[in-house]
Design a protein around this ligand. Structure first.
Ligand code: GLN
Length: 447
């Protein structure tokens, strides 16, 4: 009730939620009360949690902030949602996002934009901007987001919260609407690193319903948070501190690294030489995967169907013309182009090769250090509308986050300072595959 009152009060101006799930939440809250009365214990009993609107929650709309899924009601729970429910969570609403998670500002959402709670003339980041804003504005205790090229970490950084993109394969994608399946990962967006560890304990781990979900041990991530970091090596990748980085971001992250040094961590300079090709490789591969994943929205199986169609073919084309927004169409076209027979070798295949080189860069760097530290976003939260008409500018703002998705490694964003105008700045920690425990351990040193 308290959280719904808070939402009533502040969400008009922020727009963090796509829609609320009040009736189901009341049932879950009562169920949690009953479990408490029976003396049961569970990690999230009664904790109000928000879920990005591309993760299926049974019997609620899952719109991906797109017109084409506006009327879609999920017939089943995503694995992460089933696990949250088992853990006693109360799912209070679905958060707004860039349409199909394509974007970095939450401005491509079909229903409404989301504003940054720290400065409502600015974007909250994206594509999980609704989840970040909801946590930041106290409209939930914690939220789930998804990260394909930075969509958990960049909004977390812009809204002054913690966001973790787990290793590819750590968290089940069953019930997550696919954008780029070889990149997508669900992760926690929370106020603290400790909360992120608690949430990852609940949602992480093997799932037979997702063949890419790894069958590896899931440690208790809360147990190692307080471990001493003395003697660990923090790698500083020179390519992540180039001229294009806002000086205030650079200064805050440098101060963060000095803080780790003051705790006895050793700084080592490392290089990730293929970073300059990462944006191009990511946008080729992610668009290619998106173009095939989004072919299922044809007006037949589910979602929106055009009423203006005259025949079957025309029904497909009209439905997609009317149902998808501009950014989604741009990516479907780009993806179809790079996969077409005459261009496959020049773009898609080359993109895959660059992906391997980027991964090898990380493997080499992480042999010289235990964890990498870098900025999350090259810039401070920007003004609404500032980059909307310039897709290339928007794509370039993902420069520092998308390499972790190309390589499949875990990456954490933690708040490390404020700009002169009082805007939050995040520091990014990246680590070896399945070494989230170490990222959380080091990230906890900032709290
Ligand atoms: N901003 C990136 C994109 O538009 C990343 C999105 C994401 O991680 N879902 O593709």
């Amino acid at each position: 009730e308290e959280y719904y009152q808070r939402i009533d009060k502040v969400d008009k101006d922020i727009g963090a939620y796509a829609h609320l799930t009040r009736e189901l939440a009341e049932e879950q809250a009562q169920a949690a009360d009953a479990r408490i009365a029976r003396g049961e214990d569970a990690p999230l009993l009664g904790v109000p949690i928000a879920v990005k609107d591309l993760i299926c929650v049974k019997d609620t709309r899952t719109t991906c902030s797109s017109r084409i899924l506006d009327n879609f009601v999920a017939p089943y729970d995503a694995t992460v949602v089933a696990r949250l429910k088992d853990a006693g969570a109360v799912l209070i609403g679905k958060t707004n996002m860039d349409e199909f998670a394509m974007g970095s500002s939450n401005e491509t959402a079909y229903h409404h934009v989301t504003r940054n709670p720290w400065d409502k003339t600015r974007v909250p980041g994206g594509s999980s901007g609704g989840s970040a804003a909801a946590v930041s504005a106290n409209e939930c205790v914690a939220a789930l987001g998804s990260d394909t090229g930075g969509s958990i970490r960049q909004p977390a950084s812009f809204c002054g919260i913690t966001g973790l993109k787990p290793t590819y394969g750590r968290v089940s994608r069953f019930g997550l609407v696919a954008f780029a399946s070889s990149f997508d990962q669900i992760g926690p967006m929370t106020k603290t690193v400790e909360d992120a560890a608690t949430l990852l304990n609940v949602i992480g781990g093997h799932d037979a319903m997702d063949s890419t979900c790894a069958n590896v041990e899931r440690p208790d991530f809360t147990e190692t948070l307080a471990r001493d970091v003395k003697g660990l090596k923090v790698g500083v990748p020179q390519e992540y501190f180039s001229d294009g980085i806002d000086p205030q971001v650079q200064a805050a992250v440098e101060a963060g690294i000095r803080h780790l040094e003051s705790l006895g961590m050793e700084r080592v300079e490392v290089s990730l030489p293929h970073t300059q090709y990462a944006v191009a490789a990511y946008y080729i591969l992610a668009c290619a995967e998106a173009s095939t994943n989004l072919s299922r929205y044809d007006g037949v199986k589910y979602g929106y169907r055009s009423e203006n169609a005259e025949n079957l073919l025309n029904m497909y084309t009209q439905t997609r013309e009317e149902g998808f927004g501009e950014e989604v169409k741009r990516r479907i076209l780009l993806g179809t182009f790079v996969l077409s027979s005459g261009y496959y070798d020049a773009y898609y295949l080359k993109g895959q090769k660059v992906r391997t080189l980027v991964k090898q860069d990380f493997d080499a760097a992480l042999r010289k250090c235990d964890v990498l530290a870098a900025p999350v976003s090259p810039a401070l939260p920007f003004k609404l509308g500032e980059k909307l008409d310039d897709p290339l500018q928007m794509y370039l703002s993902d420069l520092l986050t998308l390499s972790a998705n190309l390589a499949g490694i875990p990456a954490l964003s933690v708040p490390c300072g404020l700009s002169q105008e009082g805007l939050p700045i995040g520091l990014q920690l990246m680590g070896r595959h399945f070494d989230e425990a170490l990222l959380l351990n080091v990230g906890h040193r900032f709290q």
